[in-house]
Design a protein around this ligand. Sequence first.
Ligand code: B1M
Length: 213
Amino acid sequence: MANETLNEISENVQNGRAPQVKELVQKAVDDGVDIQEILNDGLVSGMSLIGEKFKNNEVYVPEVLIAARAMHAGMDIVKPKLAESGVKAKGTAVVGTVKGDLHDIGKNLVCMMLEGAGFEVVDVGVNVEPDTFVSEIQKNDADIVGMSALLTTTMGAMQTNIEAFKEAGVYDNVKILVGGAPVTQSYADEIGAHGYSDDAASAVDVANNLIAS
Ligand code: B1M
C-alpha cells in the first residue's frame, strides 16, 4: 500500500503534476509512511528518473523544470518533518554562476537535481564574486562548492575562485565541482577542481562520489 503511494509520487513527479504530488505526499504522511521513504522512494526517485531521461535526451529542459516544481510541492510538506525527525541532508552544496556571467538555467537545473538527490543546496545566484563564494562556503560549512560558467570569457573566474579558496584556507575542506558549456574535464583538472560534469544529472553522480571520497 505504502509502496503503491510512493510509486505514484515518483510517477507524478516525473510527469510534473504538482497538485497530485502534494496530495499523495500528504496522504503518505497521514498514513504514517516513514518520511525518509517518502523522500527517497517517492520524490528523489522521481527526480532521479527524470534526470536519467534528461541525460539520454528523452526529455528536455522544460520537462525537468516542471518535474522540479512538482518535487518542490512535495518537499514543502516533507522538509519541516525531516527537520523535526533530525534526518540529516546528504551534504551541503553552495552553487553559483561565476563573476561576470548571468546565465543561470543550467545552474538552476544542477541545484534542483542536487536538491532532488538529498543535498542541502545554497543557491548563491549569478555573477558571484570570489569573496561571496568563500563566505558562503564558510557560513554553511559546505561539503561541495559548485561553479557554473557559460562564457569562454568567464570560465577563467573558476581559477580565480579556486585561488581565493586556497588563500582563505577553505580549499582543503570543500570539494569543487565545475560545469557549463565551455568547461571540460581537462580544464577542471588544470585548475584543481575535484569534479566536472557536462550535465545536471551527472552532476549528482559526481557530487555523490565527491562526498564519499
Ligand atoms: Co548567452 N551565450 N550570452 N544568454 N546564451 C551563450 C552561452 C552562447 C554560446 C550563445 C552563442 O553565441 N552561440 C554565447 C557564449 C559564447 C562563448 O563564450 N563561447 C553567449 C553569449 C555570447 C552571451 C552574451 C555575451 C551575449 C551578448 O550580450 N552579446 C551575453 C552575456 C551575458 C552575461 O552573462 N554577462 C549573453 C546573455 C544571455 C541571456 C541573458 C540572453 C540568456 C541567459 C538567460 C539565463 O540564463 N537566465 C542567454 C542564453 C539563454 C544563452 C543560450 C542560448 C542558452 C544557454 C542555456 O541556458 N542553455 C546559449 C547558447 C546555447 O547554449 N545554445 C548562450 C540551456 C542550459 C540547460 O544548458 O547552461 O549549458 P547549460 O547547462 C547544462 C550544462 O552545461 C551543465 O548542466 C546543464 C544542464 O545539463 N552545467 C553544469 C551547467 N552548469 C553546471 C555546473 C555544474 C555541472 C554541470 O556543476 C556545478
